[in-house]
Write a protein that binds this ligand. Sequence first.
Ligand SMILES: Nc1ncnc2c1ncn2[C@@H]1O[C@H](COP(=O)(O)OP(=O)(O)O)[C@@H](O)[C@H]1O
Ligand SMILES: [Mg+2]
Length: 205
Amino acid sequence: MTRLIVLEGLDGAGTTTQARRLVAHLNAKGGKAHLTREPSDGPIGQLIRQMLTGHHAIENQAIAQSTFGLLFAADRLDHLQREVEVQLAAGAMVVSDRWYHSSLAYQGTGADRDWITTLNARARKPDLTIFLSVRPEVAAARRISAGRIQELFEDMRMQEEVAAGYKATISELAAQGERIETIDGEASPDAVFGAIVALVGTLAP
Ligand SMILES: Nc1ncnc2c1ncn2[C@@H]1O[C@H](COP(=O)(O)OP(=O)(O)O)[C@@H](O)[C@H]1O
Ligand SMILES: [Mg+2]
């Protein structure tokens, strides 16, 4: 079963927890599943992670969202070509912790929206995207209790904007026929996982 499954949500929604769990579950059942994430572990993804955590700062000048828009799109095509497509061709199910929905929700909320859409036009459409819906304040509380370093994107006001960005992105892509399922990410980790497994079970073999 060669399928691309994507988990999306605010920072703290639980995508990393659930992506890991899903891949472990699929492999334990005797399938072949590959876990990956964005920013990717490739060179552009590594650069993005450094930039998000304040490396490469110049004279306190914030890095423009349009710069991130370009880098995330470049990372995505590199990630797709050198990792995701290779795994799919080898017969694996690929589970990605974030995909282009994140670019649209984080960088595509303003005037750059059409441009971000164009930059991502060559990125493979997932077979199934699962959005873990969590209120911004719940996501923030989880990040705080996990002791996670505050990244550039992890500011409350911005998270409210990102939540609105996801809402717009999901309705737009769903209207174009993309399969995006929203589940309650505020439920217990086991309940969220059960809902994810049920959705993945609906994919045709
Ligand atoms: N359903 C859940 N209920 C409560 N806490 C959760 C849940 N899912 C994840 N967490 C916790 O919230 C924090 C963020 O989870 P994580 O998977 O890293 O989120 P993300 O990758 O979406 O930022 C972690 O400390 C994790 O243990
Ligand atoms: Mg994560």
